[in-house]
Design a protein around this ligand. Structure first.
Ligand SMILES: NC(=O)c1ccc[n+]([C@@H]2O[C@H](COP(=O)([O-])OP(=O)(O)OC[C@H]3O[C@@H](n4cnc5c(N)ncnc54)[C@H](O)[C@@H]3O)[C@@H](O)[C@H]2O)c1
Ligand SMILES: [Zn+2]
Ligand SMILES: [Zn+2]
Length: 380
């Protein structure tokens, strides 16, 4: 038992009071974990574009005040009633989508969409009692994705925590808890390119470049990267991207450009921007007969996907995925092992580091499209 077990912990958290306004570091009170919950001390966290979308709240439901953050690594401080598989001191990765282990999805080999703990972007409270574990002078602060990692301490459902080897460096593997695993899994588990195939990746941020890394590991012969920012191109070469297309350089739909480059279309495409037109292009650029397109980017909540049905009839497949179809508790340790066994390079995704007090800089970098992942260190 830790000295703070069962007590409210006062600590620092970065509060989003309003949409699009800089976060403010405030003293919050973090209540003890309840049944099946775990309180963890966050060591490192990073910013994923999904945090940014919900903070901007332009195409998403606004819910404020809120503590964002879902890509992180930490250590168990205390466990609530009924938690038997995690102990004080365990190293863990919190994941935005969980695994209860009992539902039909958790029992299915094909799904990671747990009935109980699947991603819910609009919920700001814990499942157990419909209340928040965070407060400031009695005012509750909303959770985000059940993780809220922009806080020195947070409370997470035990089904959303992956226990990892204590040897794994937390300042690196923290980015495996969302973006990198998502992109990698989208390719390896969902698109499943064959050796020698041609793969298009839309959006060359961390998620897209992890998808490209997956294509390289699968033995793709051509990896075509599509991004509006030419800044991305140099970086993308390190991830095996062999060719680039900037939609701005063409006066016709990018799917036509790609079809021409590839004699009718790519074998697989993975969309990692969240832009609806990119999603349509990603689908329409796959080859008829066998092409598979995978949607990963989080769209505006009102976006509608439109394509001519004949594009589907012509034997193309459209799929989508959260977290690269990995089951967080069952499968994520194997991704950590890929890093530990040097099959997956994580360092090249880390382009910036800031102390927690400078968390707003991580938002600025992402807004400017500068770098890939910015690690935020909770211990300054
Ligand atoms: N499905 C999931 O489980 C899951 C998990 C994590 C992130 N995401 C989503 O994946 C997407 C990528 O996340 P990220 O952290 O890598 O973001 P990022 O901001 O680091 O990268 C996005 C890239 O897309 C490019 N881009 C944006 N609009 C474009 C357009 N219209 N055409 C071409 N390129 C365009 C940007 O220039 C940038 O390089 C986001 O939508 C995020 O919400 C989904
Ligand atoms: Zn994410
Ligand atoms: Zn389940």
């Amino acid at each position: 038992m830790s000295a703070t077990s069962g007590l409210v912990i006062p600590c620092k958290a970065a509060i989003a009071w309003e949409a699009g306004k800089p976060l403010v570091i405030e003293q919050v009170e973090v209540a003890p974990p309840q049944t099946m919950e775990v309180r963890i001390k966050i060591k490192y966290t990073s910013l994923c574009h999904t945090d940014l979308y919900f903070w901007e709240a332009k195409g998403q439901t606004p819910l404020f005040p809120r503590i964002f953050g879902h890509e992180a690594a930490g250590v168990v401080e205390s466990v609530g009633e009924g938690v038997s598989d995690l102990q004080v001191g365990d190293h863990v990765l919190p994941v935005f989508t969980g695994e209860c282990g009992d539902c039909r999805h958790c029992k299915s080999e094909e799904s990671n969409m747990c009935d109980l703990l699947r991603i819910n972007t609009d919920r700001g409270v814990m499942l157990n009692d419909g209340k928040s574990r965070f407060s400031i002078n009695g005012t509750p602060i909303n959770h985000f994705l059940g993780t809220s990692t922009f806080s020195e301490y947070t409370v997470v459902h035990s089904g959303c925590l992956t226990k990892i080897s204590p040897l794994a460096p937390l300042d690196k593997v923290c980015i495996l808890s969302c973006g990198i695993s998502t992109g990698l899994g989208a390719t390896l588990n969902v698109a499943k390119p064959k050796k020698g195939s041609t793969v298009a990746v839309f959006g060359l941020g961390a998620v897209g470049l992890a998808a490209a890394e997956g294509a390289r590991i699968a033995g793709a012969s051509r990896i075509i990267g599509i991004d509006l920012s030419p800044k991305r191109y140099e970086e993308a070469k390190k991830f095996g991207v062999t060719e680039f297309v900037n939609p701005k350089d063409h006066d016709r739909p990018v799917q036509e450009v790609i079809a021409e480059m590839t004699n009718g279309g790519v074998d697989r495409s993975i969309e990692c921007t969240g832009n609806i037109n990119c999603m349509i292009s990603a689908f329409e650029c796959v080859h008829d007969g066998w092409g598979v397109a995978v949607l990963v980017g989080v769209p505006n909540k009102d976006a509608v996907f439109m394509t001519k049905p004949i594009n589907v009839l012509n034997e193309r497949t459209l799929k989508g995925t959260f977290f690269g179809n990995y089951k967080p508790r069952t499968d994520l340790p194997s991704v950590v092992d890929m890093y530990m066994n040097k099959k997956l390079e994580v360092e090249k995704f880390i382009t910036h580091r800031v102390p927690f007090s400078d968390i707003n800089k991580a938002f600025e970098y992402m807004l400017k499209g500068e770098g890939l992942r910015c690690i935020i260190s909770m211990e300054e």
